[in-house]
Design a protein around this ligand. Structure first.
Ligand SMILES: CCCCC/C=C/C(=O)SCCNC(=O)CCNC(=O)[C@H](O)C(C)(C)COP(=O)(O)OP(=O)(O)OC[C@H]1O[C@@H](n2cnc3c(N)ncnc32)[C@H](O)[C@@H]1OP(=O)(O)O
Ligand code: NDP
Length: 262
C-alpha cells in the first residue's frame, strides 16, 4: 500500500530506466498507483511488453521503449519521443544498470568499460539529455539508483567505482542545475534487495539468503522498500533536498560483521 498522497503525483510523467524488472518495476507500480504516466526503458523488448501487459493492459498510462543506455543516439530518441508523446518529463529515475562478479585481477578492459559505460556514462547521458531537452527550461526531479559503495565492494570493484562516480556526479549536478528548478538525489540500496531478475544474475536466491546474517534486521530488503525511498525523493515532500545520498539497507552499513566478499 502506498504511503504517498496521490494528489502530489497525479498526471506527472516519469521515465524509469530498467523499469520492467526488479526494483524498477516496483518504482513503476508505485508511480502508477499514484496517478503518474510512466515510460519504462531498457534493452529487452519482451520484458517491457510483459510488464506493460501485467501492470497496465488497458491504458496507455504505461509505455515501454527499447533503449540501451550505453548508446547516446538511443537515449536522444527515448527522450524526444517521450516528450512528443506525453508533452513533458517531470521525473527521471536512472535505475537501469548492473555488473558481473569478478576479482579485479581478472577484469579485462572490455568488461571494465562495459560496466562503467552502463552505470556511470549511461546515467550521465540520461541526465544530460533530459536536462537539455526538457528540464533546463521546465525543472524536474532526478533520482539515481546506485549501490552502497561506502566501504568498497570486493568482487564488484568496477561497479563500485562507477556508482561512486554517479554519486559524485549527482552532487555536482544538484548544484549546477538548482537554479533551473532541477533536484537530483541518489538512492543507495545496500546490496541485498531480492528480486528474481537480480538473483538470476548471481546464481539464484541462495546468494541473497546468505547475506541475511550481515543485515541487522535479519531479512532481505524488498523492491517496494527501495521504491518508497525513490518516491519520497521525487515528491514535493523532498522539495528542499538535493545532492543527498539515501541508503536503503536496514542499517547494514553500520554492522561490521558483514562479509561482502561472499
Ligand atoms: C552477489 C550479489 C550482489 C547483489 C548486489 C547487486 C545487485 C544488482 O546489481 S542486481 C542487477 C543485476 N543485473 C545486472 O547486472 C544486469 C545487467 N548487467 C549486464 O548487463 C552486464 O553485467 C554488463 C554490465 C557487463 C553488460 O554486459 P554485456 O552487455 O553482455 O556486455 P558486453 O557484451 O559488451 O561484454 C563486455 C565484456 O564484459 C565482460 N563480461 C560481461 N559479463 C561477464 C561475466 N558474466 N563474467 C565475466 N566477464 C563478463 C567480458 O569481458 C565481456 O567481453 P567478452 O569477453 O568479449 O564477452
Ligand atoms: N538487487 C539488489 O540487491 C541491488 C540492486 N541495485 C541496483 O538497482 C538497479 C536495479 O537492479 P535490480 O532491480 O535489482 O535488478 P534487475 O536486473 O532486475 O534490473 C536491472 C535493470 O537494468 C536494465 N539494464 C541493464 N543494462 C541496461 C542498459 N545498458 N540499458 C538499459 N537498461 C539496462 C535491465 O533491463 P534489460 O536487461 O532489459 O536492459 C533491468 O531491467 C540496478 O542498477 C542495480 O545494480 C543496487 C543495490 C542492490
Amino acid at each position: 500500500m502506498s504511503v504517498f498522497r496521490p494528489l502530489l503525483f497525479k498526471n506527472k510523467v516519469a521515465l524509469v530506466t530498467g523499469g520492467a524488472t526488479g526494483i524498477g518495476k516496483a518504482i513503476t507500480e508505485e508511480l502508477l498507483s499514484l496517478g503518474c504516466k510512466v515510460v519504462i526503458a531498457s534493452r529487452k523488448e519482451e520484458r517491457l511488453k510483459a510488464t506493460v501487459q501485467e501492470l497496465c493492459p488497458n491504458s496507455n498510462r504505461l509505455r515501454g521503449k527499447v533503449c540501451n543506455i550505453r548508446k547516446e543516439d538511443q537515449i536522444n530518441t527515448l527522450i524526444s519521443s517521450t516528450l512528443s508523446e506525453l508533452g513533458k518529463i517531470d521525473y527521471l529515475v536512472n535505475n537501469g544498470g548492473g555488473q558481473y562478479l569478478s576479482p579485479v585481477a581478472d577484469i579485462r578492459l572490455k568488461g571494465w568499460d562495459a560496466v562503467v559505460e552502463t552505470n556511470l556514462t549511461g546515467t550521465f547521458l540520461m541526465c544530460k539529455e533530459v536536462y537539455g531537452q526538457w528540464m533546463r527550461e521546465n525543472g524536474g526531479v532526478i533520482v539515481n539508483i546506485i549501490l552502497d559503495t561506502s566501504r568498497g565492494i570486493p568482487m564488484m570493484a568496477h561497479s563500485a567505482a562507477a556508482r561512486a562516480g554517479v554519486d559524485n556526479l549527482t552532487k555536482s549536478l544538484a548544484v549546477e542545475w538548482a537554479a533551473n528548478g532541477v533536484r537530483l538525489n541518489t538512492v543507495a540500496p545496500g546490496g541485498f534487495i531480492y528480486s528474481p531478475t537480480a538473483a538470476a544474475n548471481y546464481g539464484g536466491r541462495d546468494v541473497f539468503e546468505k547475506a541475511r546474517v550481515g543485515i541487522p534486521a535479519k531479512r532481505l530488503g524488498t523492491t517496494q522498500e527501495v521504491a518508497s525511498a525513490v518516491c519520497f525523493l521525487l515528491s514535493p515532500g523532498a522539495s528542499f533536498i538535493s545532492g543527498e545520498t539515501l541508503k536503503v539497507d536496514g542499517g547494514a552499513n553500520f554492522f561490521p560483521s558483514l562479509d561482502r566478499s561472499r
